[in-house]
Design a protein around this ligand. Structure first.
Ligand SMILES: N[C@@H](CCC(=O)N[C@@H](CS)C(=O)NCC(=O)O)C(=O)O
Length: 243
């Protein structure tokens, strides 16, 4: 039984791991979502933070698999995917998958930084002016570039899969990136996605995978909210006046 250690009230980076576990139909305990008297709550995350305990990892999500504790979301996803048939094991394909996964992580970080452009040490409310400017530039210069990159990859593969000619954890991560962008910036993302029909189809196909469809309807899927990476602040998704 796997243990996932992640903040209990948000999807965040933990969600990328949850999607792999759910798609692979693996049993896991989402430890911090357990009642505190059963070892859950934020204390369960803090017990592992900042190098605490054995096999330190700087920040969650953490996966515990027997004696092994892993951090860094893309590594955790790849580890699970390779164990459970959600990624080719041939060395070149594995690294191509990781290359694309890290590009998704870059896009996730860029989206996070829209509401925290100055520092994660400050609240959004303390950097609203900078967030508005960062988001204006992101919408005008970066959003279509990120989505267009994945569209171009799909064009090259000629399939609704980003790597290896088969479904993989990278497709799951692309699904979550697009779902998050649709939540955070619905207007801007809908516009940008008009130019990426293949990516739209990939996202729809992932949502229809039986285990994923069941998960998305379940209480295990935490709703997007303004504590996570993808936050919806309407003022950031308003009409654009200039470049
Ligand atoms: N690159 C790391 C980033 C980990 C990370 O930033 N985790 C966040 C939650 S999504 C956190 O709790 N950070 C605490 C901190 O940075 O102090 C990963 O992909 O796992």
């Amino acid at each position: 039984m796997y243990q996932l250690i992640y903040w209990p009230f948000l999807q965040g980076r933990g969600e990328f791991v949850r999607l792999v576990l759910e798609d692979a139909e693996q049993s896991y305990v989402d430890v911090a979502r357990q009642p505190e008297e059963q070892g859950g709550g934020v204390g369960a995350v803090r017990a592992h933070l900042y190098g605490a305990g054995s096999m330190p990892g700087f920040a969650p999500p953490y996966l515990i698999d027997g004696e092994l504790k892993l951090a860094q979301m893309p590594v955790v996803c790849a580890y699970l995917a390779e164990k459970h048939g959600l990624c080719a094991t041939e060395i070149g394909t594995r690294h191509r998958a990781m290359q694309l996964m890290l590009t998704i992580c870059d896009a996730v970080d860029a989206t996070h930084d829209l509401h925290h452009p100055v520092s994660t040490a400050l609240a959004y409310e303390e950097q609203k002016k900078e967030a508005l400017e960062a988001t204006r530039l992101f919408r005008n210069h970066r959003l279509s570039k990120w989505l267009g990159f994945f569209e171009a990859v799909l064009e090259e593969t000629g399939a609704l899969h980003l790597v290896g000619g088969a479904h993989s954890y990278v497709d799951l991560a692309a699904f979550q990136l697009v779902a998050g962008l649709r939540y955070a910036l619905p207007r801007a993302t809908a516009e940008a996605l008009e130019a990426t029909p293949r990516l739209q189809d990939l996202v729809a196909a992932v949502a229809e995978r039986p285990a994923i469809a069941r998960y998305l309807q379940s209480e295990r899927r935490i709703a997007f909210n303004e504590s996570g990476i993808f936050r919806h602040y309407p003022e950031l998704d308003g009409p654009l006046t200039d470049e």
